[in-house]
Design a protein around this ligand. Structure first.
Ligand SMILES: [Zn+2]
Length: 431
């Protein structure tokens, strides 16, 4: 929310200070046209106050406005103020402050000027569709489970609602279906301003325990809720509503919904993606999930088969190397250099572990990788106490463009050096 008066307010420039009462009988300096009619997209008004340019632009106050100044989770309207000289001035936002709606503009307008206000209608309608659908879903959840909407946030793409109780996927799909039936029934949505006494007799949803100056939005026969925002006059105009995400949240349920044009956009995006999947799988419409499940099951099987093959390959290579090692004269505590053709570093580790059981010196094993080699150096158990492989790894890394480390008994790493360079390095360190 922007700061209401970050600019210097000049009271000298005020030409009319309105002191009107609204439907609730409270002092309202700007007549809020959207409060009683959410369908006004253009209106005539007179500039009654201006202020100098601040962080949000110029501040223009009108005697009446259809610009919603934001509140209750819904953003302020944007649009234009068109002057009598036909100058189209951008309104980037609005804010209600002390009974006046301040319209933030990119140009100044003289006090007393007659203007035509124009709301960015597509944006407003989309917000009203999402907001109306939120009332519908919240009302149905409240009626069925008694849960309250305890958090509500609208963005350009979706609306997020938090309920203070758990709702299952199946239950929310039933609520979603009922909401869409009510949309199809085109139920009237009305606005009323009950007196405090009348308000006490009405059962309505409200985030605050208020009975004074209440504005009620009623979806006839479905929901009554205290709200300050503009609304569409009947549920048919919501278009449709879809719950696109549900998750447990702080002991309750968080869900995201899309309605009207946003529901269409969401569907269009998903349909585009699904169409590509259907084409790749040659799957009939509505049956992609079964096809994908079959494919992921098959992949799981192949992955398991692949793991088994890698293990088998490691075992065969290890057996052959160990057989050769066992045949060799044990060269005391020397270094055994191995270049192995194995599937991965896990295999190399298994091989090294097997080798150090039969070889009394240090095993330095290398596995060919895309840009060089992966390596593991290790010693046999009997020589662990005297081993100092960290020092060897440090020296090797320095001379053979390597990276890595570990303990004195085992180090792992990678090197960008060639086999020839590695062999020359080890030849150079043999005493
Ligand atoms: Zn509302």
């Amino acid at each position: 929310m922007s700061v209401p008066f970050s600019f210097g307010r000049q009271f000298d420039s005020w030409c009319i200070i309105l002191n009107m009462k609204n439907e609730r009988g409270t002092i309202q300096k700007t007549v809020l046209l959207y409060e009683t009619d959410g369908m006004i997209r253009e209106f005539e008004a007179t500039v009654t106050g201006t202020s100098d340019q601040g962080d949000n632009g110029y501040g223009i106050i009108l005697d009446r406005t259809a610009f919603f100044p934001g509140g209750g989770g819904q953003e302020a309207d944007t649009g234009y103020l068109v002057t009598s000289g036909n100058e189209k001035i951008r309104v980037s936002g609005a804010l209600l402050s002390d009974g006046e709606v301040i319209h933030y503009t990119d140009s100044a307008i003289d006090c007393g000027e007659k203007i035509t206000g124009m709301i960015d209608w597509d944006r407003r309608v989309s917000r009203m569709q999402d907001h109306g659908a939120e009332h519908l879903i919240s009302g149905l959840v409240h009626a069925r489970f008694g849960y309250d909407n305890v958090g509500f946030h609208m963005s350009e793409d979706e609306t997020v609602i938090d309920f203070n109780g758990p709702v299952s996927e199946e239950q929310i799909r039933q609520i979603e279906q009922r909401a869409n039936e009510i949309i199809t029934e085109n139920v009237p949505v009305t606005v009323s301003f009950p007196s405090s006494d009348e308000a006490r007799k009405i059962d309505y949803r409200s985030k605050l325990d208020l009975y004074d100056n209440v504005r009620l939005v009623t979806i006839e026969g479905v929901d009554v809720c205290a709200c300050c925002a503009p609304h569409l006059p009947s549920t048919g105009l919501f278009g449709s509503v879809m719950i696109v995400n549900i998750m447990p949240h702080r002991g309750g349920t968080r869900m995201s919904l899309v309605a009207g044009i946003n529901a269409y956009r969401d569907h269009a995006k998903l349909a585009g993606s699904t169409a590509k999947i259907m084409e790749m799988l040659s799957s009939p419409r509505y049956e992609t999930a079964g096809f994908v499940k079959e494919m992921t099951d098959r992949m799981k099987g192949l992955r398991e088969e692949n793991t088994q093959l890698k293990k088998k390959m490691t075992q065969l290579v290890s057996e052959s190397i160990i057989k050769d090692l066992e045949k060799e004269d044990q060269p005391g505590k020397g270094i055994k250099l191995l270049f192995c053709d194995l599937p991965d570093m896990t295999g190399l580790r298994e091989l090294v572990n097997s080798c150090t059981k039969v070889y009394s010196g240090t095993v330095c094993a290398f596995l060919k990788k895309e840009n060089g080699y992966g390596y593991i150096f290790s010693v046999c158990k009997e020589n662990e106490k005297e081993a100092s492989l960290s020092g060897l790894a440090r020296d090797f890394n320095e001379k053979c463009s390597g990276r890595g480390g570990g303990s004195n008994v085992m180090v792992t790493g990678t090197t960008g050096a060639s086999r020839k360079d590695i062999e020359e390095y080890f030849a150079s360190i043999v005493p």
